[in-house]
Design a protein around this ligand. Sequence first.
Ligand SMILES: *Cc1c(COP(=O)(O)O)cnc(C)c1O
Length: 387
Amino acid sequence: MSNDPSFIPFTRPSFNQETIDAVADVLHSGWVTSGPKLAEFEAALSAYFGGRPVRCFANGTATMKIALQVADIGAGDEVITTPISWVATSNVILSVGATPIFVDIDPITRNIDLNKITATITSKTRAIMPVYLAGLPVDMDQLYSIAKQHNLRVIEDAAQAFGSKWHDKKIGSFGDLVSFSFQANKNLTTVEGGCLVFNNDAEAKLAEKFRLQGLTRQGIDGMDVDVLGGKDNLTDVNAVIGLQQLKQLPTYQARRAALAHQYFDTVRTELKSAGLESLKLELPVENFTDSNWHMFQVVLPLEQLNCDRAQVMTELKDLGIGTGVHYPAITGFTLYKNQGYKTSDTPIAERIGRSILTLPLFPGMADKDIGRIAGGLVRILKKHYKN
Ligand SMILES: *Cc1c(COP(=O)(O)O)cnc(C)c1O
């Protein structure tokens, strides 16, 4: 974080005064942990997702772990996923004792390549866990047709896809288990938090047990514990922030889409006026119907540059522009390498993980920020262009 007011971070949450007042009301109310505001938030989310059952959790990681527990996935089971995600995706698979199977990504969408899934299915495969990077969904028809054909559960890591759509349907309003994160950087935040959308009340009830010590209450004084649960409940303080964010969501979404539009226009114009038409800078898929524009990511043409990504990021930072890396291939982390995973097994993910760069995008950005960022990036690329 920089104290320079002109510094543009890669993201920043927006909270209005009404949200701050609503938090104060909860703090004054005498009940601050899971209670009436959580129930209200879960009901609002359920309405948002067309009436499907929804339960909230302390964070997106706990949400996905509980999804795996609800699907009874554990030791000896395999779960197919993508190497280009926040490491939480595969960490939760390991944490329930199952084995992540990494399938390479599509270089255009940067999501798991659905065409490569079938070849990796074995008798141990129990589920597919796709990730919608930057909020862009995969082909949901193809995903669910593969799952149906092989009798697999789908646990959607839709952490980045709140507000995204598939054709006319909201992500989360259909499908199997759909997990969202409300972490501070996500399009809808409760500071920390997450929610899981279910197909039926029985699985929602089971998830309630997993989130609170496996507990069931009976009558005024009865309780029982019949499964091993953890402590993963969302508080009313967080829930009330989520309720306010839900009201703001359409405004935030429109702003993100408008800024993304400007990025495409401005980056292309800057490249052209710098005479860099031959520079193979990869832009995101220009999808303004399905994506929620959680992030705007470019893939740097490192083979055409005489520097690495770190150098580009450093020079952008010197211009007061924050960037991020989402993400290096998970299989390159020591924990995963030690288990025998290799980045070279998924070469597209390896390349993109090395060269992907997240530019600033958040509702509070000014129009002029886009010009400053695109102009700065193109100047840096021109300086390091090899021919
Ligand atoms: C944010 C995120 C998570 C984890 O969510 P937390 O709320 O931070 O635990 C998991 N997967 C992806 C793709 C994410 O972006």
